[in-house]
Design a protein around this ligand. Sequence first.
Ligand SMILES: [Ca+2]
Ligand SMILES: [Ca+2]
Ligand SMILES: [Ca+2]
Length: 454
Amino acid sequence: MRLIQSSNCKYDGHFDLKYPFYILLCKYYSHDEPNPDARFNLGYVVITLALFGLILLSVIPTMFYGSSTMIVQPAVGQPEDPFPVPSNETLTPAQRSAREQLLKQEGFSVNVLARNLSAPLNILYGPDDTLWITERIGKNITRIDPINGTKLSSTPVLNVHQSAAQDGLLGMTFDPNFTNTHHIYVAYTYDEDPGEELDRRTKITRFTYDPATNTISEPMDLISGVSGSSDHNSGRMTFGPDGKLYYTIGDQGKNQLALFCSNNRAQHLPTAEQVAAKNWTAYEGKVLRMNPDGSIPDDNPEINGVKSHIYTYGHRNAQGISVGPNGDLYIAEHGDNSDDEINRLQVGGNYGWPYVSGYNDNKAYQYYNWSAPENCEDLTFNDVAPAPPGVPVRNESEFNAPNFVPPIQTFYTVESDYNFTNHTCGEMASVCYPTVAPSSLRLSLLVLTAVLFT
Ligand SMILES: [Ca+2]
Ligand SMILES: [Ca+2]
Ligand SMILES: [Ca+2]
Protein backbone atom coordinates (compact mmCIF):
# COMPACT_ATOMS: atom_id res chain seq x y z
CA MET A 1 0.00 0.00 0.00
CA ARG A 2 1.28 3.44 -0.67
CA LEU A 3 0.27 6.88 0.28
CA ILE A 4 -0.26 8.96 -2.79
CA GLN A 5 -0.51 12.69 -2.67
CA SER A 6 -1.72 14.71 -5.57
CA SER A 7 -0.99 18.37 -5.98
CA ASN A 8 -2.43 18.69 -9.43
CA CYS A 9 -4.20 16.36 -11.72
CA LYS A 10 -6.68 16.51 -14.50
CA TYR A 11 -7.97 13.79 -16.70
CA ASP A 12 -8.73 15.08 -20.12
CA GLY A 13 -7.92 12.21 -22.34
CA HIS A 14 -6.79 8.68 -22.52
CA PHE A 15 -3.92 7.94 -20.25
CA ASP A 16 -1.43 5.87 -22.08
CA LEU A 17 -1.04 3.45 -19.25
CA LYS A 18 0.97 0.61 -20.65
CA TYR A 19 1.86 -1.02 -17.41
CA PRO A 20 -0.17 -3.06 -15.04
CA PHE A 21 -1.11 -2.76 -11.43
CA TYR A 22 -0.94 0.87 -10.73
CA ILE A 23 -3.33 3.01 -8.81
CA LEU A 24 -3.56 6.72 -8.76
CA LEU A 25 -5.50 8.98 -6.64
CA CYS A 26 -6.34 12.25 -8.14
CA LYS A 27 -8.42 15.34 -7.93
CA TYR A 28 -10.69 15.76 -10.89
CA TYR A 29 -11.05 19.44 -11.62
CA SER A 30 -14.44 19.50 -13.22
CA HIS A 31 -14.37 23.30 -13.48
CA ASP A 32 -11.67 22.98 -16.09
CA GLU A 33 -14.04 21.12 -18.29
CA PRO A 34 -17.68 22.19 -18.14
CA ASN A 35 -19.72 19.35 -16.80
CA PRO A 36 -23.43 18.96 -17.54
CA ASP A 37 -23.97 18.12 -13.91
CA ALA A 38 -23.48 21.51 -12.32
CA ARG A 39 -23.55 20.12 -8.83
CA PHE A 40 -20.51 18.15 -9.70
CA ASN A 41 -18.56 21.35 -9.81
CA LEU A 42 -19.03 21.93 -6.12
CA GLY A 43 -16.29 19.67 -5.05
CA TYR A 44 -13.30 17.74 -5.93
CA VAL A 45 -13.77 14.27 -7.11
CA VAL A 46 -11.09 12.06 -5.83
CA ILE A 47 -10.83 9.01 -7.91
CA THR A 48 -8.71 6.04 -7.32
CA LEU A 49 -7.81 4.72 -10.68
CA ALA A 50 -6.47 1.32 -11.28
CA LEU A 51 -5.53 -0.82 -14.10
CA PHE A 52 -7.02 -4.11 -13.21
CA GLY A 53 -8.03 -2.76 -9.88
CA LEU A 54 -9.04 -6.02 -8.40
CA ILE A 55 -6.10 -7.93 -9.66
CA LEU A 56 -3.97 -5.18 -8.34
CA LEU A 57 -5.52 -5.54 -4.98
CA SER A 58 -4.36 -9.11 -4.95
CA VAL A 59 -0.79 -8.23 -5.67
CA ILE A 60 0.21 -5.46 -3.35
CA PRO A 61 2.71 -7.57 -1.51
CA THR A 62 4.65 -8.21 -4.69
CA MET A 63 4.82 -4.68 -5.99
CA PHE A 64 7.43 -2.05 -6.25
CA TYR A 65 10.28 -3.67 -4.44
CA GLY A 66 13.36 -1.56 -4.21
CA SER A 67 11.75 1.84 -4.42
CA SER A 68 10.00 2.04 -1.16
CA THR A 69 10.26 2.09 2.56
CA MET A 70 8.96 -1.00 4.23
CA ILE A 71 7.09 -0.10 7.35
CA VAL A 72 4.84 -3.02 8.05
CA GLN A 73 6.71 -6.23 8.49
CA PRO A 74 5.51 -9.41 6.83
CA ALA A 75 2.85 -11.14 8.84
CA VAL A 76 3.62 -14.67 9.88
CA GLY A 77 1.19 -17.18 8.49
CA GLN A 78 -0.34 -14.77 6.00
CA PRO A 79 -2.36 -16.71 3.43
CA GLU A 80 -0.53 -17.09 0.19
CA ASP A 81 -1.95 -15.12 -2.69
CA PRO A 82 -3.32 -17.75 -5.08
CA PHE A 83 -3.12 -15.32 -7.97
CA PRO A 84 0.47 -14.14 -7.99
CA VAL A 85 1.55 -11.72 -10.67
CA PRO A 86 4.91 -10.41 -11.78
CA SER A 87 6.73 -8.18 -9.33
CA ASN A 88 8.23 -4.83 -10.21
CA GLU A 89 11.44 -6.44 -11.39
CA THR A 90 9.59 -8.19 -14.16
CA LEU A 91 8.14 -5.02 -15.65
CA THR A 92 9.76 -4.09 -18.90
CA PRO A 93 11.92 -0.95 -18.99
CA ALA A 94 9.17 0.69 -21.04
CA GLN A 95 6.58 -0.13 -18.41
CA ARG A 96 8.76 1.23 -15.61
CA SER A 97 9.48 4.34 -17.61
CA ALA A 98 5.78 4.86 -18.26
CA ARG A 99 5.07 4.57 -14.55
CA GLU A 100 7.69 7.14 -13.64
CA GLN A 101 6.51 9.45 -16.40
CA LEU A 102 2.96 9.30 -15.15
CA LEU A 103 3.95 10.11 -11.59
CA LYS A 104 5.83 13.14 -12.82
CA GLN A 105 3.08 14.21 -15.17
CA GLU A 106 0.42 14.09 -12.49
CA GLY A 107 2.47 15.68 -9.73
CA PHE A 108 2.25 12.74 -7.41
CA SER A 109 4.64 12.02 -4.64
CA VAL A 110 4.62 8.46 -3.47
CA ASN A 111 5.58 6.82 -0.23
CA VAL A 112 4.88 3.27 0.71
CA LEU A 113 3.04 3.29 4.00
CA ALA A 114 2.46 -0.38 4.58
CA ARG A 115 2.86 -3.62 2.78
CA ASN A 116 2.30 -7.33 3.12
CA LEU A 117 -1.42 -6.99 3.40
CA SER A 118 -3.42 -9.88 2.00
CA ALA A 119 -5.34 -8.41 -0.92
CA PRO A 120 -6.56 -5.19 0.72
CA LEU A 121 -9.87 -4.31 -0.87
CA ASN A 122 -11.54 -1.50 1.00
CA ILE A 123 -9.50 1.19 2.73
CA LEU A 124 -11.35 3.63 4.94
CA TYR A 125 -10.25 6.52 7.07
CA GLY A 126 -11.92 5.66 10.35
CA PRO A 127 -13.59 7.88 12.93
CA ASP A 128 -10.67 6.97 15.21
CA ASP A 129 -8.18 8.53 12.78
CA THR A 130 -6.74 5.21 11.70
CA LEU A 131 -6.95 3.41 8.36
CA TRP A 132 -9.31 0.44 8.37
CA ILE A 133 -8.55 -2.10 5.66
CA THR A 134 -10.47 -5.19 4.65
CA GLU A 135 -8.14 -7.94 3.50
CA ARG A 136 -10.10 -9.88 0.91
CA ILE A 137 -7.99 -13.01 0.98
CA GLY A 138 -6.67 -12.61 4.53
CA LYS A 139 -10.24 -12.22 5.87
CA ASN A 140 -9.03 -9.67 8.40
CA ILE A 141 -9.99 -6.11 9.16
CA THR A 142 -6.63 -4.48 9.73
CA ARG A 143 -5.99 -1.06 11.20
CA ILE A 144 -2.97 0.96 10.17
CA ASP A 145 -1.56 4.14 11.65
CA PRO A 146 -1.81 6.62 8.76
CA ILE A 147 1.22 8.55 10.00
CA ASN A 148 3.83 5.85 10.36
CA GLY A 149 2.24 2.74 8.87
CA THR A 150 2.29 0.73 12.08
CA LYS A 151 -0.10 -2.17 12.03
CA LEU A 152 -2.32 -1.47 15.02
CA SER A 153 -4.59 -4.49 14.94
CA SER A 154 -5.82 -7.28 12.73
CA THR A 155 -9.25 -8.64 13.45
CA PRO A 156 -10.42 -11.85 11.76
CA VAL A 157 -13.92 -12.00 10.29
CA LEU A 158 -15.23 -15.51 10.75
CA ASN A 159 -17.20 -17.57 8.23
CA VAL A 160 -15.82 -15.80 5.17
CA HIS A 161 -15.42 -18.04 2.12
CA GLN A 162 -12.54 -17.14 -0.18
CA SER A 163 -11.34 -19.27 -3.07
CA ALA A 164 -11.42 -17.17 -6.25
CA ALA A 165 -10.08 -13.98 -7.76
CA GLN A 166 -12.78 -11.66 -6.48
CA ASP A 167 -14.48 -13.26 -3.50
CA GLY A 168 -13.78 -13.15 0.23
CA LEU A 169 -13.94 -10.23 2.62
CA LEU A 170 -15.39 -7.31 0.66
CA GLY A 171 -16.40 -3.79 1.61
CA MET A 172 -17.22 -2.22 4.94
CA THR A 173 -18.47 1.01 6.41
CA PHE A 174 -18.94 2.61 9.79
CA ASP A 175 -22.16 3.31 11.57
CA PRO A 176 -22.76 7.07 11.26
CA ASN A 177 -22.83 7.04 15.07
CA PHE A 178 -19.81 4.74 15.38
CA THR A 179 -18.23 6.66 18.23
CA ASN A 180 -21.15 5.67 20.43
CA THR A 181 -22.30 2.37 18.92
CA HIS A 182 -18.99 0.89 17.70
CA HIS A 183 -20.99 -0.73 14.92
CA ILE A 184 -19.32 -1.64 11.65
CA TYR A 185 -21.02 -3.10 8.59
CA VAL A 186 -19.12 -5.70 6.61
CA ALA A 187 -19.87 -7.54 3.34
CA TYR A 188 -18.35 -10.89 2.46
CA THR A 189 -18.90 -14.09 0.54
CA TYR A 190 -19.70 -17.26 2.45
CA ASP A 191 -20.64 -20.86 1.71
CA GLU A 192 -24.32 -21.48 2.28
CA ASP A 193 -24.03 -25.21 1.62
CA PRO A 194 -23.21 -27.06 4.84
CA GLY A 195 -21.83 -30.06 2.91
CA GLU A 196 -18.93 -30.41 0.52
CA GLU A 197 -20.51 -28.45 -2.30
CA LEU A 198 -19.81 -24.73 -2.56
CA ASP A 199 -22.86 -22.48 -2.67
CA ARG A 200 -21.17 -19.10 -2.76
CA ARG A 201 -23.39 -16.30 -1.48
CA THR A 202 -22.93 -12.83 -0.10
CA LYS A 203 -24.11 -11.30 3.12
CA ILE A 204 -23.84 -8.02 4.98
CA THR A 205 -23.30 -8.31 8.71
CA ARG A 206 -23.23 -5.68 11.41
CA PHE A 207 -20.60 -6.26 14.09
CA THR A 208 -19.80 -4.45 17.28
CA TYR A 209 -16.14 -3.54 17.55
CA ASP A 210 -14.37 -3.59 20.90
CA PRO A 211 -11.49 -1.11 20.82
CA ALA A 212 -10.03 -2.57 24.00
CA THR A 213 -9.52 -6.03 22.55
CA ASN A 214 -9.69 -5.31 18.78
CA THR A 215 -12.32 -7.98 18.41
CA ILE A 216 -15.71 -7.92 16.75
CA SER A 217 -18.77 -9.59 18.17
CA GLU A 218 -22.58 -9.55 18.20
CA PRO A 219 -23.00 -10.37 14.51
CA MET A 220 -26.34 -9.31 13.07
CA ASP A 221 -27.01 -10.20 9.45
CA LEU A 222 -28.73 -7.42 7.55
CA ILE A 223 -29.18 -9.52 4.44
CA SER A 224 -27.89 -12.93 3.41
CA GLY A 225 -28.36 -15.35 0.56
CA VAL A 226 -27.50 -12.66 -1.96
CA SER A 227 -25.65 -13.85 -5.07
CA GLY A 228 -21.92 -14.35 -4.71
CA SER A 229 -19.44 -15.04 -7.47
CA SER A 230 -15.84 -15.61 -8.38
CA ASP A 231 -16.08 -12.34 -10.33
CA HIS A 232 -17.68 -8.86 -10.12
CA ASN A 233 -19.07 -8.96 -6.59
CA SER A 234 -18.51 -5.19 -6.22
CA GLY A 235 -19.32 -5.20 -2.51
CA ARG A 236 -18.88 -1.53 -1.62
CA MET A 237 -21.13 0.38 0.73
CA THR A 238 -21.75 3.63 2.47
CA PHE A 239 -24.39 5.26 4.55
CA GLY A 240 -26.24 8.05 2.81
CA PRO A 241 -27.23 11.31 4.46
CA ASP A 242 -30.68 9.75 4.81
CA GLY A 243 -29.33 7.17 7.26
CA LYS A 244 -29.83 4.32 4.77
CA LEU A 245 -27.14 1.84 3.80
CA TYR A 246 -26.27 1.77 0.09
CA TYR A 247 -24.57 -1.35 -1.26
CA THR A 248 -23.16 -2.05 -4.71
CA ILE A 249 -23.52 -5.57 -6.07
CA GLY A 250 -21.94 -6.39 -9.39
CA ASP A 251 -23.26 -8.44 -12.29
CA GLN A 252 -21.29 -11.41 -10.94
CA GLY A 253 -19.14 -11.50 -14.07
CA LYS A 254 -21.86 -13.25 -16.00
CA ASN A 255 -21.85 -13.39 -19.81
CA GLN A 256 -18.06 -13.09 -19.91
CA LEU A 257 -14.90 -15.11 -19.34
CA ALA A 258 -15.41 -18.25 -17.24
CA LEU A 259 -19.08 -17.38 -16.68
CA PHE A 260 -19.89 -16.51 -20.27
CA CYS A 261 -22.71 -19.05 -20.46
CA SER A 262 -24.52 -17.56 -17.45
CA ASN A 263 -27.28 -15.09 -18.12
CA ASN A 264 -26.45 -11.53 -17.10
CA ARG A 265 -29.15 -10.32 -14.70
CA ALA A 266 -28.22 -6.65 -14.41
CA GLN A 267 -31.53 -5.74 -16.10
CA HIS A 268 -33.57 -8.34 -14.19
CA LEU A 269 -36.05 -7.11 -11.60
CA PRO A 270 -37.60 -9.21 -8.85
CA THR A 271 -41.25 -10.16 -8.67
CA ALA A 272 -43.29 -9.41 -5.57
CA GLU A 273 -43.31 -13.12 -4.86
CA GLN A 274 -39.51 -13.30 -4.95
CA VAL A 275 -39.19 -10.38 -2.56
CA ALA A 276 -41.70 -11.95 -0.18
CA ALA A 277 -39.75 -15.22 -0.32
CA LYS A 278 -36.45 -13.39 0.22
CA ASN A 279 -35.24 -14.69 -3.12
CA TRP A 280 -32.59 -12.14 -4.01
CA THR A 281 -31.39 -13.68 -7.29
CA ALA A 282 -32.45 -10.55 -9.19
CA TYR A 283 -30.07 -8.49 -7.05
CA GLU A 284 -27.20 -8.72 -9.52
CA GLY A 285 -25.86 -5.56 -11.15
CA LYS A 286 -27.70 -3.29 -8.73
CA VAL A 287 -27.27 -0.68 -6.02
CA LEU A 288 -29.28 -1.69 -2.96
CA ARG A 289 -30.72 0.67 -0.36
CA MET A 290 -31.66 -0.71 3.04
CA ASN A 291 -32.44 0.27 6.58
CA PRO A 292 -29.64 -0.30 9.10
CA ASP A 293 -31.39 -3.53 10.13
CA GLY A 294 -31.48 -4.76 6.51
CA SER A 295 -35.19 -4.23 5.93
CA ILE A 296 -36.58 -2.54 2.82
CA PRO A 297 -37.18 1.18 3.41
CA ASP A 298 -40.76 2.30 2.94
CA ASP A 299 -39.64 5.01 0.55
CA ASN A 300 -37.65 2.74 -1.77
CA PRO A 301 -38.76 3.03 -5.40
CA GLU A 302 -41.37 0.79 -6.92
CA ILE A 303 -39.75 -0.45 -10.11
CA ASN A 304 -42.09 -2.28 -12.46
CA GLY A 305 -44.61 -2.23 -9.63
CA VAL A 306 -42.36 -3.99 -7.10
CA LYS A 307 -40.67 -2.44 -4.11
CA SER A 308 -37.47 -4.18 -3.10
CA HIS A 309 -33.99 -3.25 -1.88
CA ILE A 310 -33.15 -2.11 -5.41
CA TYR A 311 -32.35 1.59 -5.66
CA THR A 312 -30.77 1.58 -9.14
CA TYR A 313 -30.02 -1.14 -11.68
CA GLY A 314 -28.20 -1.91 -14.93
CA HIS A 315 -24.75 -1.81 -13.31
CA ARG A 316 -21.70 -3.85 -14.24
CA ASN A 317 -19.19 -3.70 -11.38
CA ALA A 318 -19.28 -0.65 -9.11
CA GLN A 319 -16.10 -0.61 -7.08
CA GLY A 320 -16.55 2.81 -5.56
CA ILE A 321 -19.41 4.60 -3.85
CA SER A 322 -19.33 7.98 -2.17
CA VAL A 323 -21.61 10.71 -0.94
CA GLY A 324 -21.11 14.01 -2.74
CA PRO A 325 -20.99 17.45 -1.15
CA ASN A 326 -24.70 18.02 -1.68
CA GLY A 327 -25.74 14.60 -0.42
CA ASP A 328 -26.03 12.87 -3.78
CA LEU A 329 -24.47 9.45 -4.22
CA TYR A 330 -21.87 8.67 -6.83
CA ILE A 331 -20.39 5.38 -7.94
CA ALA A 332 -17.33 4.44 -9.96
CA GLU A 333 -17.96 1.49 -12.20
CA HIS A 334 -15.65 -0.83 -14.11
CA GLY A 335 -16.43 -0.93 -17.82
CA ASP A 336 -15.84 -3.80 -20.17
CA ASN A 337 -13.20 -3.17 -22.86
CA SER A 338 -13.78 0.59 -22.54
CA ASP A 339 -16.12 3.03 -20.82
CA ASP A 340 -15.44 2.86 -17.11
CA GLU A 341 -18.10 5.12 -15.64
CA ILE A 342 -18.65 7.68 -12.94
CA ASN A 343 -22.38 7.78 -12.23
CA ARG A 344 -24.62 9.91 -10.10
CA LEU A 345 -27.34 7.75 -8.61
CA GLN A 346 -30.93 8.70 -9.36
CA VAL A 347 -33.67 6.78 -7.61
CA GLY A 348 -35.07 4.04 -9.85
CA GLY A 349 -32.50 4.79 -12.54
CA ASN A 350 -31.44 2.26 -15.17
CA TYR A 351 -27.73 2.57 -15.88
CA GLY A 352 -27.88 0.53 -19.05
CA TRP A 353 -25.64 -2.48 -18.58
CA PRO A 354 -25.37 -4.89 -20.38
CA TYR A 355 -27.28 -3.22 -23.22
CA VAL A 356 -25.32 0.02 -23.00
CA SER A 357 -21.72 0.62 -22.01
CA GLY A 358 -20.95 4.25 -21.16
CA TYR A 359 -23.14 6.56 -23.23
CA ASN A 360 -25.86 5.28 -25.56
CA ASP A 361 -23.76 6.14 -28.60
CA ASN A 362 -23.14 2.87 -30.49
CA LYS A 363 -19.42 3.40 -30.00
CA ALA A 364 -17.14 0.39 -29.69
CA TYR A 365 -19.70 -1.76 -27.87
CA GLN A 366 -22.44 -4.21 -28.74
CA TYR A 367 -24.14 -6.59 -26.36
CA TYR A 368 -23.28 -10.17 -27.28
CA ASN A 369 -25.64 -12.45 -25.40
CA TRP A 370 -23.33 -15.43 -25.13
CA SER A 371 -25.63 -17.25 -22.74
CA ALA A 372 -28.53 -17.32 -25.21
CA PRO A 373 -27.57 -20.18 -27.56
CA GLU A 374 -28.21 -23.70 -26.32
CA ASN A 375 -24.75 -24.74 -27.46
CA CYS A 376 -23.02 -21.99 -25.51
CA GLU A 377 -20.72 -24.50 -23.83
CA ASP A 378 -19.38 -25.45 -27.25
CA LEU A 379 -18.38 -21.89 -28.03
CA THR A 380 -15.12 -20.12 -27.18
CA PHE A 381 -15.49 -16.78 -25.45
CA ASN A 382 -13.69 -13.89 -27.10
CA ASP A 383 -14.27 -10.28 -26.11
CA VAL A 384 -12.63 -8.65 -29.12
CA ALA A 385 -13.69 -10.83 -32.04
CA PRO A 386 -17.04 -10.68 -33.89
CA ALA A 387 -19.77 -12.75 -32.30
CA PRO A 388 -19.90 -16.34 -33.53
CA PRO A 389 -23.04 -17.56 -35.31
CA GLY A 390 -25.95 -18.08 -32.93
CA VAL A 391 -24.90 -15.43 -30.40
CA PRO A 392 -27.44 -12.58 -30.52
CA VAL A 393 -25.91 -9.14 -31.07
CA ARG A 394 -27.66 -5.97 -29.98
CA ASN A 395 -26.75 -2.37 -30.74
CA GLU A 396 -26.86 0.17 -27.93
CA SER A 397 -29.40 2.27 -29.83
CA GLU A 398 -31.93 -0.56 -29.55
CA PHE A 399 -32.10 0.27 -25.84
CA ASN A 400 -34.61 3.03 -25.19
CA ALA A 401 -35.57 2.75 -21.53
CA PRO A 402 -37.02 6.13 -20.44
CA ASN A 403 -35.23 5.89 -17.09
CA PHE A 404 -31.77 5.36 -18.64
CA VAL A 405 -29.16 7.43 -16.81
CA PRO A 406 -25.96 8.10 -18.75
CA PRO A 407 -22.67 8.42 -16.91
CA ILE A 408 -21.37 11.84 -15.99
CA GLN A 409 -17.89 10.78 -17.03
CA THR A 410 -16.31 7.82 -18.79
CA PHE A 411 -12.77 6.43 -18.85
CA TYR A 412 -12.68 6.14 -21.86
CA THR A 413 -15.08 6.24 -24.74
CA VAL A 414 -13.45 5.32 -28.04
CA GLU A 415 -14.67 5.14 -31.61
CA SER A 416 -15.96 1.90 -33.07
CA ASP A 417 -12.88 1.48 -35.23
CA TYR A 418 -10.65 1.40 -32.15
CA ASN A 419 -8.28 -1.53 -32.48
CA PHE A 420 -8.49 -3.52 -29.27
CA THR A 421 -5.94 -6.02 -30.54
CA ASN A 422 -3.24 -3.55 -31.48
CA HIS A 423 -1.39 -3.64 -28.22
CA THR A 424 1.90 -4.48 -26.64
CA CYS A 425 0.67 -6.01 -23.45
CA GLY A 426 1.19 -9.61 -24.47
CA GLU A 427 -0.93 -12.10 -22.61
CA MET A 428 -2.37 -9.34 -20.47
CA ALA A 429 -4.03 -7.73 -23.46
CA SER A 430 -6.75 -6.07 -21.44
CA VAL A 431 -4.20 -3.88 -19.66
CA CYS A 432 -3.96 -1.99 -22.92
CA TYR A 433 -7.69 -1.48 -23.28
CA PRO A 434 -8.99 2.07 -22.85
CA THR A 435 -10.11 1.57 -19.27
CA VAL A 436 -8.64 2.36 -15.89
CA ALA A 437 -10.81 0.17 -13.61
CA PRO A 438 -11.56 2.79 -10.95
CA SER A 439 -11.40 0.92 -7.69
CA SER A 440 -12.54 3.60 -5.31
CA LEU A 441 -14.23 6.94 -5.26
CA ARG A 442 -14.23 9.75 -2.73
CA LEU A 443 -15.84 13.14 -3.01
CA SER A 444 -15.20 16.01 -0.71
CA LEU A 445 -15.19 19.75 -0.49
CA LEU A 446 -11.88 19.32 1.19
CA VAL A 447 -8.76 18.69 -0.79
CA LEU A 448 -7.81 15.24 0.30
CA THR A 449 -4.11 14.89 0.49
CA ALA A 450 -4.14 11.39 1.69
CA VAL A 451 -5.36 8.33 0.36
CA LEU A 452 -3.91 5.43 -0.51
CA PHE A 453 -2.90 2.52 -2.12
CA THR A 454 -1.79 0.23 -4.59
CA1 LIG B 1 -20.22 -26.35 1.47
CA1 LIG C 1 -23.84 2.62 -17.40
CA1 LIG D 1 -21.58 3.34 -25.44
